[in-house]
Design a protein around this ligand. Structure first.
Ligand code: MN
Ligand code: MN
Length: 394
């Protein structure tokens, strides 16, 4: 009993310390270019009720950082402490708006287009250059450090999610070309480019980040002979066009490096769950899971060992996080289908399903393990795969 009370007190202290720290860091958050901006909400590191790390962040409700032609907000380890292994950005670009040439020093970038169209350019260390257009359901992947840009196309705003395989991707680690040029003396730029110093007078004096320009013309169907130098592995994968695994309770559409060979450090999936269905008890042995709720509502429960688990309800714009190895399941809430993007910080997708494990384990062993009758064990071993059947809960 004393032990339990001690544990509770020490948990409460941990939470109090975490809250003080959160408030202090939220007051002066440095954004991607080192200045302070309207602080996004910082969630407590630990949920006092369960003693588990907080698994939910309401990304869609956070203030957007506005730029000419575009806007973004982010969930990083700073404002969402559990998310040390992955961070996410929700970005909007108007037609013609350009997220400028930049690279990330400490993370690869895996992206999913939710709405609208955009054009991506990317260069790799071998000098291969790829320009590709993206629409809803398309995925891109840039290995760590590869230079890239993103520009809105068409006649509607483009909305996409960027997911990075480091929770600390943005702090001091996103490098923009306008920032570098602004930081470099004109005498050095003159030597580097072989141009007069005064040519650099009109360049921006600070990082541009996003700038509004005209919508670029359509890509040529047949590039000029000798003008094209595409990489051997494309940066684009059309996940929306791939056939999903369909079960009565929902569908699961996954892409990892087997289908998309360049994406060696990340993978992702779209889950669509029917009303009253659930994504069954499972865990990922090799990766954290970063989720973005696109449509509908669901409850997720994460099991954290030592008698601990945490449940949160998620809706559109919310982010969920499951640390590597933690057991978890999702239940649809309400009578609308729930659609979730799940990204993983491994190029190889792996999961272990509790149902499958029990199905493959000898009955006698399970009887000893659980101390229940063979009849119950027999039923336990007939569970459906991936998603449960969509049935109204009793
Ligand atoms: Mn980027
Ligand atoms: Mn999962």
């Amino acid at each position: 009993m004393m032990n339990m009370i001690d544990t509770k007190i020490s948990r409460a202290l941990t939470v109090a310390v975490a809250c003080v720290f959160s408030l202090a860091s939220a007051a002066a958050i440095a954004d991607e270019y080192g200045k302070t901006s309207a602080a996004a909400e910082t969630v407590a590191a630990v949920d006092p009720a369960s003693g588990m790390p907080e698994i939910k962040y309401e990304l869609g409700k956070q203030p957007l950082k506005e730029h000419p032609g575009g806007a973004s907000n982010e969930a990083t380890a700073r404002n969402f402490p559990i998310s040390k292994g992955m961070a996410g950005v929700s970005m909007f670009l108007k037609p013609g708006a350009l997220r400028e040439l930049h690279w990330h020093a400490n993370a690869a970038e895996w992206a999913y287009v939710l709405k609208g169209h955009c054009r991506v350019t990317v260069i790799d260390p071998q000098g291969h250059h790829e320009i590709k257009d993206f629409g809803p359901g398309d995925v891109w992947y840039f290995p760590r450090g590869h230079g890239h840009s993103i520009q809105g196309l068409g006649d509607e705003e483009c909305h996409f999610l960027l997911i990075f395989d480091s929770g600390y991707f943005s702090e001091f680690a996103t490098f923009s070309v306008s920032d570098w040029i602004a930081q470099t003396p004109p005498s050095v730029l003159s030597k580097n480019f072989g141009m007069p110093e005064n040519s650099f007078k009109t360049f921006p004096k600070k990082e541009v980040y996003i700038s509004q320009g005209p919508v670029p013309p359509p890509l040529p169907q047949d590039p000029e002979p000798g003008s094209d130098n595409p990489p051997p592995l494309t940066h684009r994968f059309r996940l929306g066009s791939k056939a999903p695994v369909v079960t009565p309770g929902g569908s699961f559409n996954m892409v990892d490096q087997k289908q998309f060979p360049i994406s060696t450090t990340m993978s992702g999936a779209i889950l669509k769950m029917k009303p009253y269905a659930m994504r069954q008890l499972h865990w990922h042995p090799n990766a954290d899971e970063w989720q973005y709720y696109i449509k509908g509502r669901a409850k997720m429960t994460v099991f954290g060992s030592q008698g601990r688990s945490i449940t949160r309800e998620f809706g559109p714009g919310d982010v969920g996080y499951v640390p590597m190895g933690c057991g978890h399941y999702l239940e649809t809430v309400g009578d609308e289908e729930c659609e979730v993007l799940a990204a993983f910080n491994s190029g190889t997708y792996e999961e272990i399903s509790l149902t499958e494990w029990l199905t493959k384990t000898p009955e006698r062993l399970l009887e000893t393990n659980f101390g229940v009758s063979p009849k119950i064990i027999n039923e336990l071993q007939k569970g459906p795969p991936i998603f449960s059947y969509p049935e109204k809960s009793k």
